[in-house]
Ligand binder design. Structure first.
Ligand code: ARG
Length: 569
């Protein structure tokens, strides 16, 4: 497709002493279409050139020569130089590109680059809580989008399957295991056992010592402890898998914390050699105050055991060597901000190539609340995610049955709509914003929701069904799509690939969710303002084709977020 932004920056680069790549980052898309399709702000140049922005804009305008085939005019407005593109070219570009059979927006941008995404990563023998739902959905969307842009992506479910708590759980299981039937709702029951033993540990130091003993045995691969620990793990994964099946989540690696248990010695060795690993109250720590981090990173506890952070450091070594990553992204709630700051800083001491420490990125997100208040594992007030998903699907089914009683495959549609609603809700606002989980709100077909996007898609499908066929792009006359509503749609569709790039640059899938809402809204306006099926065949073809293009982009965009489209709803 014609890259108008690039044409502009190429020209400007010739007349100002700034590189084309940097100029590209200056160019904006004006909010009001009256100000052109692109704007070049001259404010940043003003200081260096010691001239008023407006003067600079005029000078650039005088000096550059834009290809008249691509641009209709340039205008100075305030400190901006505004560019108006040739709409016919853009229209035909978009229509041919969308219709050419290939997946629209797919690219090879990331060819040869490896991206590790560590996401979902729940803790075994503990409920999968709403925060894990969020990392699963955000990580899954990033996974899909990186892949679509040509990167080699490795999705890792870094299970929380190790740590002293398993010593406790083993102790509890030894004592009361036979009271529980673990064939059903195993996680709830394990959580219950854990609560009981944890309570007992607080009262009785002896019991606590036994638990520590168990963990030591587990570390030494003791047969009995390993066997029951494996059982906890299998039971947990089985329950997590039900959620992953509903959400369509997939992982390339399930190497969790336990996988690194025999790889932490190397980390400690390397850190010892740096001389920075120091003794503090029996524990061994790295002081990070010089890097502006007040809390030291504990590497070994006073009893010699490693911790979460040590295993994460071992994982960095392993991932650098195994995947040769360009980026290693961790998706967790902001509650782990300090943890990641610490390990990213300590990772610099591991002797890795600088590329690997530069590639570490923590993608954090805000709190998820039910309308009734905060939910966190610590407070213990989690809802079961599986119930939450099935409730949403059931509610979707009620709504659909009411709206469209004769619909076939209601079950399948309800699943797509219910899950789509949950996924979209998790991605609809910027990730740091706290999120309220409200089933009715997220299932509102008229709101800024997943079902609204699905509903708009279904609308495009029914237009195409009525007409019976999609005309050929080459038969469309660009001048039939120059009304305000069509142009708006063309513009949005044109920006799709750019939006995907922004998502990965900012690790912010909500940019794509917002985009899909804008596209769906613009289609509704187009649909209301223009008669699609009309007497003038030439107009009808153009509008039908645009409808087809909108449907295609909605479907592709939703798919990248992890949302499936029903054909009818
Ligand atoms: N298991 C952790 C939790 O549930 C998240 C793990 C994130 N990944 C990592 N490499 N630390 O909070």
């Amino acid at each position: 497709m014609t890259d108008f932004k690039e044409l502009i920056s190429d020209e400007i680069a010739n007349v100002v002493g700034i590189g084309k790549q940097e100029l590209l980052t200056y160019i904006e898309v004006p909010k009001d279409i009256a100000n052109g399709d692109y704007a070049f702000p001259c404010f940043r140049l003003a200081k260096a050139l010691k001239k008023a922005p407006q003067v600079i804009a005029s000078e650039i305008k005088e000096k550059i020569k834009l290809d008249e085939n691509y641009f209709s005019k340039m205008e100075v407005a305030g400190g901006y130089l505004n560019f108006y593109i040739n709409k016919n070219i853009q229209i035909m570009d978009v229509l041919t590109k969308v219709g050419n059979g290939a997946e629209y927006g797919r690219s090879e941008l990331g060819k040869g680059k490896n991206i590790v995404i560590d996401y979902s990563s729940p803790n075994i023998a503990k409920p999968f809580h709403i925060g894990h739902l969020k990392t699963t959905v955000i990580g899954g969307a990033l996974y899909n989008i990186y892949k679509y842009l040509g990167y080699n992506v490795i999705g890792v479910n870094h299970l929380g399957d190790y740590g002293t708590q398993f010593g406790k759980l083993i102790e509890g299981y030894k004592r009361w295991g036979n009271e529980y039937d673990l064939t059903e709702n195993a996680i709830d029951k394990l959580a219950d056992i854990y609560k009981r033993i944890d309570g007992l540990c607080k009262e009785d130091e002896e019991v606590l010592n036994k638990c520590r003993e168990n963990f030591k045995l587990l570390e030494q691969n003791d047969e009995y402890c390993t066997k029951i620990w494996n059982e906890f793990k299998d039971l947990s994964i089985k329950e997590f898998q039900k959620i992953y099946d509903l959400l369509g989540s997939k992982f390339d690696s399930w190497n969790g914390e336990a996988f690194y248990a025999d790889k932490t010695d190397e980390v400690i060795d390397i850190l010892n050699k740096t001389g920075k690993l120091v003794e503090s109250e029996g524990a061994r720590i790295i002081d990070l105050t010089e890097s502006g981090i007040e809390t030291p990173c504990i590497v070994c506890k006073s009893n010699g055991s490693t911790i979460y952070a040590t295993r994460d450091l071992a994982a960095i070594l392993y991932r650098a060597r195994t995947y040769d990553y360009d980026k290693c992204i961790y998706v967790t709630s902001y509650e782990q901000n300090l943890h990641f700051k610490q390990i990213f800083e300590v990772a610099k001491l591991l002797g890795l190539d600088e590329k690997y420490t530069r590639g570490l990125e923590h993608v954090s997100y805000g709190m998820v609340r039910l309308p009734t208040g905060k939910m966190s594992t610590r407070a213990g007030n989690f809802v079961k995610i599986e119930d939450l998903l099935t409730n949403t699907i059931n509610r979707a089914k009620e709504i659909i049955s009411e709206k469209n009683p004769n619909l076939e495959n209601k079950e399948d549609v309800a699943k797509k709509v219910g899950i789509g609603a949950v996924i979209f809700n998790n991605l609809s606002s910027s990730r740091m914003k706290d999120e309220v989980f409200d089933i009715n709100e997220m299932l509102n077909f008229q709101g800024e929701t997943g079902p609204y996007i699905q509903y708009t898609y279904v609308r495009t499908k029914s237009v195409l069904e009525k007409v019976g066929m999609v005309p050929k792009a080459s038969d469309i006359k660009a001048q039939n799509l120059t009304d305000e509503y069509s142009l708006k749609l063309i513009n949005i569709i044109y920006n799709f690939e750019d939006i995907l790039k922004q998502v990965i640059e900012k690790s912010e899938p909500s940019i794509l969710s917002r985009y899909l809402i804008d596209l769906a809204k613009a289609y509704s306006a187009f649909y209301n303002e223009n008669k699609i099926i009309c007497d003038d065949k030439s107009y009808q073809d153009a509008r039908v084709y645009l409808t087809y293009a909108v449907g295609k982009v909605l479907k592709q965009g939703a798919k990248l977020l992890g949302i499936e489209m029903p054909d009818k709803m």
